[in-house]
Design a protein around this ligand. Sequence first.
Ligand SMILES: [Zn+2]
Length: 372
Amino acid sequence: MINEKRLIKTFTDLVKIDSESRNEKNVASYIEKKIKKLKLKYKFDNSKKLTGSNVDNLIIYKKDNNSKKFFVLSSHMDTVVPGNGIKPLIKKNHIESNGSTILGADDKSGLAIILEVFETLVEKKYPHVNLEAAITTCEEIGLLGAKFLNYKLLKSKSGIVLDSTSPSRLVLKGPSSDYFSIDILGVESHSGINPEKGISSIKVASEIISKIKIGRIYKDTTLNIGKIKGGSAINIVPGKTSIQCEIRSHRESVISKILDQIKKNIKIIEKKYKKINPKFSIIFKKDRIYDSIDISPNNEIVKRILKASEELNYKTNIVETGGGADANFFVKNKINTVNLGTGMREFHTVDEKLILDEFITSANIVLKTILL
Ligand SMILES: [Zn+2]
């Protein structure tokens, strides 16, 4: 079993270090100091010039020559805003912030668990699988650390990301996500003197939007129109309006079908206004954010986690998520990676909490999972 007091101390130490995305350097230094003391091998990859962070991703190694297996544990060092000057308050059953900031349990609870597992292995000398840890940057701004991680530094073909709510939830399935934007280039004119000459891009945007279904489209598919920007003054028929959206689905074919339909509608609308003024146009752009994950329940890492949980008289269930995490990029790089909860709740808000018994259970599940 892990050392509960030390686990909580590591967590509170970590959240007191400011590390909003791209400013993870001081957290990396804290971890580096700890793993140097434990005499563990580690490497920084060369990702910071690609992520824009002030530090690289950090890879930690602990070999056990009696095992041929390699597993990787992962969590991210960055937090969302407001994440500076966090003062953790330890209550009877949970830890919270003082209400003026987030707590940073997302994802310092995961980091604390990984460090505690290493400390326990060094202290107790338990036999274990060859262990790697990928400590990433910039997760909260588009999974950038995991996206640009140097995967040549990892031998693992299985892994656990610790970046979800409760250890009663083991995420094996998650959606793909695409970003798309629609730029409407209307025709500007003076709205009082010659409105007839203009084509309002805002009005056309509303036409396009009225044809897009949003929210939960199917059980495994969601679409959101997240941002809209247009117009320059109240006395000018607006020239340009931009709409920015996101679509997620567990099925690629559904994403293509929905986007094709949207493009078709746009073409019809564009044709209609081009007849009025050939200068009118609509530009559709799309970009992949991350690919879906779909890990088999028969995968060894899954079986090991469920067994470990059972041995602790705890029930972990296999679930799906609508969210994305570093796991999406690990899977893309051929590492079968699941996401196990750490006890965090209400993350990305100032009401964020860490449930203590779940936090400790999650750490013990991870430890048991990687023991021989
Ligand atoms: Zn997170």
